[in-house]
Design a protein around this ligand. Structure first.
Ligand SMILES: C[C@](O)(C(=O)O)[C@H](CC(=O)O)C(=O)O
Length: 378
């Protein structure tokens, strides 16, 4: 017996379920132009203030605040193009090899920008090492990765696009989709999504395990759907780590399947020879491939020129800043320990380092706003 019948002698009538009208994904949702304002009116009875809600039409913007009107001709102003669009354009409009130094923090990214690299790569290994002091073993999760990527991607709104590591997507399809959505909102231009198990490890370690092909493809499918849902140019890079355990042919099959589900670029991790790298480009052509160069890792060193000749379209150097930073820090701290001095070169003053980090820009913001903070210089 239905519970409602216990308390009522009336026949139970079920109301028809309201019809659910889905909001179309690709059409802008129309916002009702009227707004509810709460106006305070005096009550005659008890002289207490009572709020009363009225639906009113908002006045035209210019009446609310004339300063909200644009006072420039927008077509003459160059708006920052999203990193995703820039990266996609580079891939579509040129056949250049896009060289991305691996960066892991603000200073390494600023240094790459100072030298004019036209794209950058945020390494997950470097993010984990620098932010958490931990090895590349699935210890950094979505929020740490997203936060670091967002900071780097937004250092210069007109700057180079940032490709970021998104590891396994940090869970199943739901998390892969969530990661793509958060990366897009963070201004990340593209990211690679791999097929390792969630307890992943760096691609240049032994003992890697991968999930079954179907499970991997469901990650890719979800990531692609998220990109489409947000109507973003975000470049989805499918990475496979299956070479160690399942062999080359399975890697090619996985990358083909990922491509067919909408991945834009492929990444076969840990080539064992230069011939194998060149073969992968041929086997998947004309689909663009990314080459991960990790010196002293599992793969032979391939130079930028060699990768270009092989036909790769993107090349990332994961440890390009992390490894030398470690070497320089250790050498310096050894000097401090043994000789009692840091020994910084004379040309590197505090101002030099702050200039790398945008000192001039910050000062000009204050000066152009009429501030006097820097009238005496720095
Ligand atoms: C590309 C990579 O995912 C990274 O985090 O930079 C690493 C690099 C590394 O740890 O050697 C990877 O190749 O797995």
């Amino acid at each position: 017996m239905a519970p409602s019948a216990v308390f009522s002698s009336e026949p139970v009538t079920h109301q028809a379920e309201p019809e659910v009208v889905p909001i179309p994904l690709y059409e802008p949702v129309k916002v009702n132009a009227s707004i509810n304002v709460v106006e305070v009116v005096e009550s005659d009875d008890d002289n207490e203030s009572q709020p009363a809600a009225h639906a009113v039409q908002p006045p035209p913007v210019a009446e609310v605040n004339p300063w909200l009107q644009l006072n420039y001709v927008s077509s003459s102003v160059q708006e920052p193009m999203s990193g995703a669009k820039k990266l996609r354009r580079m891939l579509l409009d040129t056949d250049e090899l896009i060289v991305c130094p691996g960066v892991y923090d603000g200073l390494s990214a600023r240094t790459a920008m100072e030298l004019g690299f036209n794209a950058m790569y945020m390494t997950g290994a470097g993010t984990t090492a620098s932010r958490l002091g931990q090895p590349d073993l699935a210890i950094a999760q979505l929020h740490e990765m997203r936060e670091n990527a967002e900071m780097i991607a937004n250092l210069d709104p007109f700057g180079p696009p940032l490709i970021a590591d998104m590891d396994t997507g940090y869970g199943g399809p739901i998390m892969a989709a969530r990661t793509v959505e958060q990366y897009i909102r963070a201004g990340v231009a593209g990211a690679h999504l791999e097929d390792q198990v969630l307890t992943k490890r760096c691609g240049h370690l032994s003992g890697k395990k991968v999930v079954p092909r179907e499970e991997y493809i469901s990650r890719i499918r979800a990531a692609h759907a998220a990109r489409v849902r947000l109507q973003s140019d975000f470049v989805l890079i499918a990475r496979t780590d299956a070479l160690q355990s399942l062999g080359y042919e399975e890697c090619i099959a996985r990358l083909r399947a990922a491509r067919d589900e909408g991945a834009d670029v492929g990444l076969l991790e840990g080539f064992t020879s230069k011939e194998q790298a060149a073969q992968a480009v041929r086997d998947l052509a004309p689909w663009p491939l990314l080459l991960n160069s990790v010196e002293n890792g599992k793969s032979p060193t391939i130079t930028v020129d060699e990768a270009r000749k092989m036909g790769f379209r993107i090349m990332i150097f994961s440890f390009a800043t992390l490894a030398p930073a470690y070497v320089a820090i250790k050498e310096t701290l050894t000097r401090l320990k043994t000789q009692g001095v840091v020994g910084t070169p004379e040309s590197i003053t505090p101002v030099t380092l702050f200039e790398v980090c945008g000192l001039q820009h910050s000062m000009s913001v204050d000066i152009n706003a009429g501030g006097a903070a820097f009238s005496g210089g720095v």
